[in-house]
Design a protein around this ligand. Structure first.
Ligand SMILES: *Cc1c(COP(=O)(O)O)cnc(C)c1O
Length: 219
């Protein structure tokens, strides 16, 4: 991370590492926590519920999987940030549940940057409408954008997609769609391509296998 930041003339202190613990047990979280890691990412509500209860208080949890509206109430109980907001109806449901819980919830809008049919996230053309919907939710605190580009063997091929998300963010700030405080974060980059993502402006990277090793195939 530090080397990539230096290459881009950036301060590594402005980049957060999310340790992605899906499929790994509570002991992996505890070990990383003991080593100083503070923020963890999970993809599935049920798995996260058991793991977070087992680990106990301390770690900060970000939801990075696809969130169904009917799971919003659990997500609000478990997570400090939802990185995968992709519809106005999900925003409204999260807002309602956060209000009931008497808290405010940090969110990122997930952008389907390459318009892949197999991926979640909102199309670029729909982002301004979703920003507007989120800004109208008193209990949601928009913090930026998240994306997952297509998978490539060569991480260099992901670079244009990371650059596109950064340009999109800059353009929204320029056009006044949201102020820079609400678009401060770009969550992009995983084990194979986080260095390229940092060079292109990532402020949050989400890394699983490079920390915890290979995930065993889903059973
Ligand atoms: C699993 C996952 C990651 C981590 O991927 P690795 O390749 O293991 O680093 C990051 N982001 C999302 C959205 C994921 O689902």
């Amino acid at each position: 991370m530090a080397a990539a930041a230096v290459r881009a003339g950036r301060d590594v202190g402005e980049i957060s590492l999310i340790a992605v613990t899906k499929t790994f047990g509570p002991e992996a979280v505890r070990e990383a926590w003991a080593a100083g890691q503070q923020v963890f990412g999970e993809n599935y509500i049920q798995e996260a519920r058991d793991k977070i209860a087992a680990v106990g208080p301390g770690p900060i949890w970000h939801f990075i999987g696809h969130l169904q509206t009917n799971k919003a109430k659990y997500a609000v109980k478990l997570f400090d940030m939802i990185q995968t907001l992709d519809t106005p109806s999900l925003a409204q449901e999260l807002d309602k549940r956060a209000g009931t819980a008497g808290r405010s919830l940090d969110v990122l809008i997930e952008v389907n940057i390459a318009l892949e049919a197999t991926k979640a996230g909102v199309a670029a053309t729909q982002v301004p409408r979703l920003i507007e919907a989120v800004m109208a939710c008193p209990h949601l605190n928009l913090q930026g954008l998240m994306t997952m580009p297509p998978f490539f063997d060569d991480p260099e091929e992901a670079r244009p997609y990371f650059a596109a998300l950064r340009r999109m963010r800059d353009e929204f700030i320029r056009s006044g769609a949201a102020d820079s405080r609400h678009l401060q974060h770009l969550s992009m980059g995983m084990s194979d391509d986080y260095q390229v993502a940092i060079e292109e402006g990532a402020t949050i990277i989400r890394v699983g296998t490079a920390i915890f090793g290979q995930r065993s195939p889903a059973s």
